[in-house]
Design a protein around this ligand. Structure first.
Ligand code: GCB
Length: 589
């Protein structure tokens, strides 16, 4: 009878998930883990889509499968015989049945833990899981994170046993209050899309570590900082950059932070000489290191200066998408992107429209490619909702925490093509302020909208960014090529202006007249005209887009489910005619 009652309760339990609404894990939980040795939990995990969320509904992660008398009872899931999936991976690519699946999925695996040192702390890092993710260890819910593209950290120490069962639920259902929201021009891949790793840290560890050139125009001062995870005062922190002969000891303050500014004469990082230095910090039982480039990026009137020299941003936009594994790329594929962009003559990549893997920034540091990084504050969001704002700000801060030591990252962008309404302006101003407060060593921007009635860049946000960026598709959505010239004639802003998107759709191998839509010839003409009307008038350009990519909103037969504005086809090899137009322009610029 009691069991019946319980089941009945269960059926009526619309609020079944209430107890699991623990506070979201945020940037506060981030731990500096670059160059630390991980114990990887990547590989084969058990997996099942959970359309009705029954694993959560029935608390199956903690169910023992036994009744009070120790008798076996039927269970709706056997964790040991689930379907298998590779982590990192996108479930959409696992099986055709899951291609369009949007909802909750359950991942499960076991791992062995054996303590190495008394007092050690075990931190779990999930590189990215799209979109909302929860972590249960041995039946206890430990964390909950939202935002599909940034890493988050969960301390496991208290709940570890020798044999551990970890269950991760990931839900990629689009919701109006999320960032991004319901509608966007890329594919909504679901899953644990970046590595899952354990880090074994000492009782008090270095939580944060920053090394950067002081942006004061002298190119001769380096700031070094650490923060311990506890407010331990008076601990000696030893900073070292051997190649520059720098060795400095500083005591931590009452917040557990140590900071110093040292005189140095580093060879500066730029695209031709992407020089990196090994920087180390040691404090108490812990030590960290990184390979860091020192450079200064700033604006002077309409100019953008890298190490004091005026530069033109020879850019291109790029989504994070592999040929057939969704969001999952290997380093080889990332190098292929960097090499294709270099071959086109680019000095900067715009990583749209969400944080790409941190590996991209590491490789760009080495390759000498500047990066524009952004968060998915894309098109319409619930700008009036304070929770949506906190979510966006947290995504921005998690990204900045992750990539702050990457010299290649020169611009933080807080959004793309959002309507110029008051709530959006307040929202974006908040994000820009966050970027400036946290990081004075980079520029800020956002892709603004053009006012097509008055034909000028008239976005109130322009006043608050360092670099005014705008997207325009003259020759494509607006068939008149000269529109971009009129916009530049009508816009007078005493800040650098860059075009963050322009382009036209073209099916690779489809040829015809230069006025025929979707032909390579038409795309070529659009770019010829863009160059003609913008050359010498802007400080940078980012064609949309380097590669064709999958997009559910592109249903025309010439598109076939893809956004076909790539200068290169989805195979990442077939270059369209317009690629060579941009190549010639950039190489001679
Ligand atoms: C835009 C968006 C970009 C789209 C592109 C297009 O303005 O920023 O995400 O994919 O236009 O192809 O229409």
């Amino acid at each position: 009878m009691d069991r019946m009652k319980d089941d009945y309760k269960d059926i009526l339990a619309f609020q079944f998930d209430k107890k699991n609404q623990i506070a979201f894990t945020t940037v506060q939980s981030c731990v500096y883990t670059d160059h630390r040795k991980p114990e990887s939990l990547d590989g084969v995990w058990g997996f099942t889509p959970d359309v009705f969320r029954s694993v959560t509904r029935k608390n199956l992660f903690s169910a023992s499968g036994k009744d009070e008398q120790g008798r076996e009872v039927p269970m709706d899931l056997d964790f040991s015989s689930m379907e298998k999936i590779q982590v990192p991976g996108c479930w959409n690519c696992l099986d055709d049945r899951y291609w369009l699946y949007e909802g909750e999925a359950v991942y499960s695996r076991t791992f062995v833990y054996s303590k190495e040192k008394e007092g050690e702390r075990i931190i779990l890092r999930v590189g990215a899981a799209n979109y909302e993710c929860r972590i249960w260890l041995n039946g206890t819910l430990l964390s909950r994170h939202q935002g599909g593209f940034t890493p988050f950290y969960t301390e496991l120490t208290q709940d570890l046993k020798e044999i551990n069962h970890i269950v991760i639920t990931v839900n990629n259902r689009r919701e109006p209050d999320q960032v991004p929201s319901m509608n966007y021009d890329w594919f909504n891949y679901g899953g644990i899309t970046r590595s899952v790793e354990l880090f074994r840290l000492p009782a008090v560890y270095i939580k944060d570590f920053t090394a950067s050139l002081v942006p004061d125009g002298t190119y001769g001062r380096i700031e070094l900082k650490i923060k311990l995870d506890a407010p331990v005062q008076g601990a000696c922190c030893h900073f070292k950059i051997e190649e520059l002969g720098i060795s400095r000891e500083v005591l931590t303050d009452e917040r557990g932070e140590a900071r110093c500014v040292v005189q140095a004469n580093p060879q500066l990082w730029d695209c031709e000489h992407p020089k990196l230095y090994e920087v180390q910090a040691r404090c108490l039982e812990d030590q960290v290191k990184d390979r860091v480039g020192f450079r200064e990026i700033r604006c002077d009137g309409k100019d953008i200066l890298l190490n004091g020299r005026k530069i033109y941003l020879k850019g291109v936009c790029c989504h994070e998408e592999s040929r057939n594994r969704g969001r999952i790329q290997t380093d080889e594929e990332r190098l292929e992107i960097l090499n294709t962009a270099k071959d086109m003559g680019c000095n900067i990549l715009r990583l749209t429209h969400y944080p790409h893997s941190e590996r991209m920034a590491v490789l760009a540091d080495q390759a000498g490619m500047m990066l524009w990084e952004e968060i998915p504050v894309y098109w319409a969001l619930d700008f009036e909702n304070p929770e949506t704002y906190s979510n966006a700000e947290n995504q921005m801060r998690e990204l900045m925490f992750r990539d702050k030591n990457r010299a290649s990252v020169v611009i933080w962008s807080v959004g793309n093509e959002n309507p110029d309404i008051q709530s959006r302006l307040d929202f974006m101003k908040g994000l820009l302020e966050t970027c400036r407060n946290y990081d004075p060593t980079r520029l800020t921007s956002a892709a603004c909208l053009v006012d097509v009635n008055t034909m000028c860049v008239k976005d109130r946000l322009a006043e608050f960014v360092d670099v005014v960026a705008f997207n325009e598709y003259y020759g494509w959505y607006y068939r008149d090529y000269e529109g971009v010239k009129v916009i530049l004639d009508n816009t007078s802003i005493d800040k650098p202006m860059v075009i963050t998107e322009t382009g036209a759709g073209a099916k690779a191998g489809h040829h015809g007249g230069a006025e025929e839509l979707f032909t390579e010839e038409h795309q070529e003409r659009v770019y010829e005209n863009q160059i003609r009307y913008t050359d010498g008038r802007i400080q940078g350009m980012f064609p949309w887009v380097l590669f064709d990519f999958i997009s559910p909103i592109r249903k025309h037969p010439m598109q076939g489910g893809k956004n076909s504005k790539g200068l290169v086809a989805m195979d990442k090899a077939t270059r369209k005619k317009a690629f060579y137009v941009m190549q010639e322009y950039y190489r001679n610029k």
